[in-house]
Write a protein that binds this ligand. Structure first.
Ligand SMILES: NC(=O)c1ccc[n+]([C@@H]2O[C@H](COP(=O)([O-])OP(=O)(O)OC[C@H]3O[C@@H](n4cnc5c(N)ncnc54)[C@H](OP(=O)(O)O)[C@@H]3O)[C@@H](O)[C@H]2O)c1
Length: 253
């Protein structure tokens, strides 16, 4: 079955990719939706009775989940057309006093998990298939008080660019998606202290639906990177031109 695999499919941006893929890739008839909350995934599955949807509950921050996922792949032998790696979280905290496992957990999920997913899925990916890796505008310059999160997203951006080149001859298009601020559950998890954020409240919002639709089109065209809104495209350029020591005067969360 022609299949789309989406991590972080239970909410926010990941969830938006389901409809975007249905609209742009009618040939995809199976979806593997992955996150921890199985009940939510099952509810989402019921919204699409005409598709074959597997609600797969896995904690992608844990290594053993990838053994389970590998077995699922071997047993079902899917033909993967689209892989979206959207599962991720960011924590806002002064690193000095922060919780160690929440900090290292971001590396486990946002980096290790994403690398594992791609490596495991590759043998099942069709010619002319897509990998969309959700990075962030936080990849463009370091972000004090979301320092580990920003570093994980810089990893995703760099890794995706290299993989874009490496996998092109195999007909697999890799795109790093770098959204600006989206109103999703992300910010409740990030726990930005009331009144302390200098930045987030002032930044323009982007719609997760528009990011999903736009990035899928960009990926189809073979774009290495996608970011929405002129404001964030300009920030991307600034991140290349200006010293990061200067930019960090403005990027602290
Ligand atoms: N919102 C923003 O402003 C923003 C901006 C730039 C980039 N991003 C990136 O966009 C991606 C999606 O975030 P979002 O805004 O859509 O936030 P969200 O609504 O909180 O979605 C996060 C998704 O990741 C899943 N997830 C979290 N921890 C997991 C784990 N250990 N194992 C498996 N799944 C896990 C969650 O599902 P369960 O809770 O069911 O596990 C959920 O489906 C993230 O990579 C984030 O870094 C967000």
């Amino acid at each position: 079955m022609v299949t789309a695999v989406i991590t972080g499919a239970s909410s926010g941006l990941g969830r938006e990719y389901i409809n975007a893929i249905i609209a742009q890739y009618p040939s995809v008839d199976a979806f593997w939706l992955i996150s921890r909350r199985k009940e939510v995934l099952k509810e989402i599955a019921q919204e699409h009775p005409d598709k074959t949807i597997a609600a797969i509950s896995l904690d992608l921050g844990k290594e053993e989940s990838y053994d389970i996922f590998e077995r699922l792949l071997k047993e079902n032998n899917p033909e993967i057309k689209v892989l979206v790696n959207s599962a991720g979280y960011g924590k806002c905290a002064d690193f000095y006093s922060s919780n160690r496992t929440l900090q290292t957990g971001m590396i486990d999920l946002n980096c290790r998990g994403l690398v594992s997913m791609i490596r495991l899925c590759l043998p099942y990916m069709l010619d002319d298939s897509l990998v969309l890796n959700i990075s962030s505008i936080a990849a463009f310059a370091p972000t004090p008080r979301m320092s580990v999160y920003g570093a994980t997203k810089a990893f995703v951006l760099s890794f995706s660019k290299a993989l874009h080149d490496e996998l092109a001859p195999r007909g697999i298009k890799v795109t790093a998606v770098c959204p600006g601020v989206m109103e999703t559950d992300f910010w409740a998890v990030a726990n930005v202290p009331e009144g302390k954020s200098r930045l987030i409240d002032k930044l323009p919002r982007v719609s997760p639906q528009a990011v999903a639709v736009g990035s899928l089109k960009a990926a189809k065209r073979g774009k290495m990177m996608y970011t929405k809104k002129l404001f964030y495209k300009f920030y991307h350029v600034l991140g290349k031109l200006l010293p990061h020591g200067f930019l960090m005067e403005f990027t602290e969360v």
